[in-house]
Design a protein around this ligand. Structure first.
Ligand SMILES: *[C@@H]1O[C@H](CO)[C@@H](O)[C@H](O)[C@H]1NC(C)=O
Ligand SMILES: *[C@@H]1O[C@H](CO)[C@@H](O)[C@H](O)[C@H]1NC(C)=O
Ligand SMILES: *[C@@H]1O[C@H](CO)[C@@H](O)[C@H](O)[C@H]1NC(C)=O
Ligand SMILES: *[C@@H]1O[C@H](CO)[C@@H](O)[C@H](O)[C@H]1NC(C)=O
Ligand SMILES: *[C@@H]1O[C@H](CO)[C@@H](O)[C@H](O)[C@H]1NC(C)=O
Ligand SMILES: *[C@@H]1O[C@H](CO)[C@@H](O)[C@H](O)[C@H]1NC(C)=O
Ligand SMILES: *[C@@H]1O[C@H](CO)[C@@H](O)[C@H](O)[C@H]1NC(C)=O
Ligand SMILES: *[C@@H]1O[C@H](CO)[C@@H](O)[C@H](O)[C@H]1NC(C)=O
Length: 372
């Protein structure tokens, strides 16, 4: 009877007082378990090491800081759908590492749509438990120390729109299965130790707008399938070991805004079709082995603000058409084999920037720019 009383009491409570605030008991327990496992992971931690003071068993987990809940459309009960667990440490760096096993309780919360565990110094492998979180739309794991490979089950999280694994210690190659993440809009895998080729299947991500694979050890050519990415705006491939020509895939997509291909081993000429990239604001192809002339069509990049063509083997003269680029405020053509002179009609802003930090090294009959 005492039990019945308790039961009735809690039904009364949950119907009349807490219906929109309660969270399922097993989800609350999972979160409390997570809290105690991070605290237990190092004997020097205490209750104020992480900013999780509001997480206690006397309140509903939907009231806790860093937790959001919502109701599935056909139900009045609420479930945990978001965990904002970025930068949990309250102490100043250097901060001790957390083993990735502390995440285990979170894999019971299958209703999660957003999980942010960035900047927590978590090390170890990425658990297969992530496969449980099949509703995830947004997953941010940047600035940790996850190592090993990106496990295949990651590519079964079909609802993912945002995946950030920036600055971890991931090894191995990027699986062609990445192409099954059809809903991805943002994929950030930069600053890891990924090697091997960029899979052709990357071209199967119809909604991707940001792709960052920079600062890895990727080899081979840039797959021509990239030109299928019709919503791609930002592409970072700099600081890899990529080879081959860019002409084979640079096509007429007028929404590209930022291209950084610098510090690779790309060769061949810059294709004249580059002029079709009307939305381009920043182009950096520095520190490659590009040769041939700077195409006259650069003058058609009407929105370009920053052009870095330095440290290549470009030859010929700087095209007069650059005069037309009203938005250009940073032009670096230094360390090439360019000849001739800088067109005197280049807008003052561009000329002054050239004179500043990026003085082009002119050979042959070049007249260096002066202050007039
Ligand atoms: C525990 O934390 C202290 C600093 O608070 C750190 O010096 C120590 O290395 C950590 N131990 C482990 C096993 O991470
Ligand atoms: C927790 O540990 C820090 C040092 O790591 C200390 O400054 C603080 O007073 C401790 N807090 C409690 C509640 O013990
Ligand atoms: C538990 O957390 C709630 C906020 O979530 C707070 O109002 C309450 O004082 C806390 N209770 C205890 C015993 O710490
Ligand atoms: C809500 O609808 C889904 C299908 O759309 C169903 O699987 C689930 O059982 C329903 N939940 C409730 C509480 O009715
Ligand atoms: C996946 O979730 C189920 C409960 O829904 C749980 O029993 C299982 O342990 C979870 N798997 C992992 C690896 O956490
Ligand atoms: C791409 O995005 C559009 C609009 O945001 C959406 O309707 C469509 O379903 C998405 N396609 C895929 C394959 O996710
Ligand atoms: C990750 O970022 C830190 C600085 O925050 C940097 O020192 C480190 O080199 C980066 N890691 C990689 C693999 O680039
Ligand atoms: C271009 O890339 C190089 C090397 O990655 C970098 O040093 C330089 O600052 C970049 N230029 C611009 C304009 O961003």
């Amino acid at each position: 009877m005492a039990n019945l009383g308790l039961l009735l009491g809690s039904i009364f409570l949950s119907i009349f007082i807490l219906p929109c605030l309660s969270c399922p008991e097993y989800q609350k327990q999972a979160l409390l378990q997570f809290k105690s496992s991070i605290l237990a992971s190092n004997s020097s931690f205490n209750s104020s090491t992480f900013g999780l003071e509001s997480w206690n068993s006397s309140s509903s987990c939907c009231q806790w800081d860093q937790v959001t809940c919502s109701s599935p459309s056909n139900s009045t009960s609420r479930v945990v759908t978001g965990l904002y667990l970025s930068a949990l440490y309250t102490m100043l760096p250097p901060r001790p590492q957390l083993p990735s096993t502390v995440l285990a309780p979170l894999f019971q919360i299958r209703s999660l749509m957003l999980l942010d565990i960035s900047s927590n110094n978590i090390y170890g492998e990425i658990s297969s438990g992530f496969a449980n979180l099949s509703k995830l739309v947004h997953l941010d794991m940047m600035l940790n120390n996850f190592n090993d490979f990106i496990p295949p089950h990651f590519f079964h999280l079909r609802h993912l729109q945002y995946l950030d694994l920036t600055n971890n210690s991931l090894h191995g190659s990027l699986s062609p299965d990445v192409g099954s993440l059809q809903n991805l809009k943002v994929l950030k895998l930069d600053e890891n130790f990924l090697s091997g080729k960029i899979p052709i299947d990357i071209g199967n991500l119809p909604n991707i707008s940001t792709l960052t694979l920079n600062d890895n050890q990727l080899t081979g050519g840039i797959p021509s399938s990239i030109q299928k990415l019709s919503k791609l705006e930002t592409l970072h491939l700099e600081n890899n070991l990529l080879t081959g020509e860019i002409s084979s895939w640079f096509r007429h997509l007028d929404i590209y805004t930022l291209f950084d291909l610098s510090k690779n081993h790309l060769s061949g000429e810059i294709p004249a079709s580059i002029g079709a990239l009307k939305a381009l604001k920043l182009l950096n192809v520095s520190y490659n082995k590009l040769s041939g002339k700077i195409p006259v069509s650069f003058g058609d990049l009407e929105n370009v603000e920053s052009l870095d063509l330095s440290h290549n083997q470009l030859s010929g003269s700087i095209p007069q058409t650059l005069v037309k680029l009203q938005q250009l405020s940073n032009l670096d053509v230094s360390n090439n084999q360019l000849t001739g002179r800088i067109p005197v009609e280049v807008p003052y802003i561009a000329l002054s920037q050239i004179e500043g930090s990026h003085l082009p090294i002119m050979q042959g009959s070049g007249i260096p720019p002066n202050s007039s």
